[in-house]
Design a protein around this ligand. Structure first.
Ligand SMILES: C[S@@+](CC[C@H](N)C(=O)[O-])C[C@H]1O[C@@H](n2cnc3c(N)ncnc32)[C@H](O)[C@@H]1O
Length: 383
């Protein structure tokens, strides 16, 4: 496919997403209908679509329309490319721009310039203070790919060497050498032996940094285990035995295979079978995901104030349930991949107020300015 044909494909897919299709579904539908597209074409079209979703408001303003064509026109103007060299109508390129299209568009303002929904801006400002703009700008860029070297299988250096032998370049993060930043070959990871043999797991930097601040001995309950990323990271640190729990048991279906690959034992426990208390309980609660919007940019535009309020209520309920599982002297680690105060500091402050048997041990908000994704950790201890 020519570069212009890829842009035409992105226009079609973006129109479907703007019409309500989830981004992944729209991409898959195009892929299935476009057998002629090679893997390089698919990756390039995906990048065009996701870059546009990250910068949806500013690109639509620049391009003068919230449509696939408007977004691609906005991209050309944003990147200083002459749009008429792309919108030629030749081959599979987009149709030439009309006089009306060429006349429309202007610089984005206020929340549109930050590529944020209007309603979130006050909460974003409250959470980030002077970092409002740089964090919003960081969310407009592609996220780096991070791996966690599994110390139970290999040292970080050994993992890096095996990855290199498979044409995947990765380097340890200086402050946490088990965290590896991938600089080339990320698309080969899933099929690599380093991944298949459990030497590395996919995990962003900020949850790895958060897990490194938790105790490394004693029993663990991962109360909202989902795919088990935190349970596996903490098992590799030395916590044992490890119990995984989730209100939706099906969310843990990949966990046995992941645990076997990583060489750890994880006891999967359905909600009606959970009993006893634990030295460390992790509550990695459902959240807005506002810290990870550069990975899932369509979520940034789908979230509503009503959904956020419902999430905050759910988080408070889960915190209370998880707290009831903490042994005397044990830890309670509350985590979100959100930047918003209402889901983070305000949530844990309210919990500490209603549960005086707990005290704050440490609290950290990671943003893309100091780590990778936005992530919040609050470690508390029961007296
Ligand atoms: C952010 S995800 C967890 C991600 C996971 N810890 C990981 O590292 O891959 C939140 C999980 O909380 C679960 N959940 C929602 N409500 C819950 C509840 N009341 N009790 C326990 N888990 C719940 C969801 O099913 C979801 O899997």
């Amino acid at each position: 496919m020519t570069p212009a044909a890829r842009i035409e494909a992105a226009i079609t897919i973006l129109d479907r997403i703007l019409g309500g299709d989830p981004a992944e579904q729209a991409l898959l539908r195009w892929s299935r209908a476009s057998r002629f597209a090679g893997s390089g074409d698919r990756a390039a079209v995906r990048d065009l679509v996701f870059d546009s979703l990250r910068r949806l408001r500013s690109r639509a303003a620049l391009g003068g329309a919230m449509t696939g064509r408007g977004l691609m026109l906005g991209m050309c103007r944003d990147e200083g490319r002459d749009p008429q060299t792309v919108f030629t109508g030749e081959g599979h390129a987009p149709w030439p721009l009309s006089a009306d299209e060429l006349a429309r568009g202007g610089a984005p303002e206020a929340a549109a310039a930050l590529d944020l929904p209007d309603w979130i801006l006050p909460a974003w400002s409250e959470a980030l203070g002077e970092a409002v703009e740089p964090v919003a700008m960081a969310m407009r860029k592609r996220a780096p790919v991070w791996l966690r070297a599994n110390q139970l299988r290999a040292t970080p250096d050994q993992a890096v060497a095996v990855l290199a032998s498979e044409d995947i370049a990765a380097a340890p993060y200086p402050d946490l050498p088990t965290a590896l930043c991938v600089s080339a070959g990320a698309r080969r990871l899933a099929a690599s032996s380093a991944y298949r043999d459990g030497l590395v797991e996919m995990q962003d930097l900020s949850p790895q940094l958060a897990c490194s601040l938790l105790p490394d001995r004693g029993s663990l309950l991962d109360y909202c285990a989902g795919g088990g990323g935190k349970a596996l990271a903490l098992a590799a640190r030395g916590l044992s035995p490890v119990t995984a729990h989730d209100a939706d048991v099906s969310r843990m279906s990949d966990l046995p295979a992941r645990a076997a690959r990583a060489g750890v034992r994880v006891q999967i426990t359905p909600p009606d079978k959970l009993s006893g208390r634990f030295d460390l309980v992790v509550a990695d609660v459902p959240c807005s995901g506002s810290g990870t919007w550069r990975r899932t940019p369509d979520a940034k535009w789908r979230l509503t104030a009503t959904q956020l309020a419902a999430l905050v209520e759910t988080q408070a309920r889960i915190l209370d349930e998880a707290a009831a599982r903490v042994a005397a002297g044990g830890g309670l680690a509350y985590m979100t991949c959100s930047l918003l105060r209402v889901e983070n500091q305000a949530q844990t402050a309210a919990f500490l107020h209603r549960a005086p048997e707990f005290e704050l041990v440490t609290e950290r908000l990671f943003t893309p300015l100091d780590a990778s994704d936005g992530f919040y950790l609050c470690l508390m201890q029961r007296h």
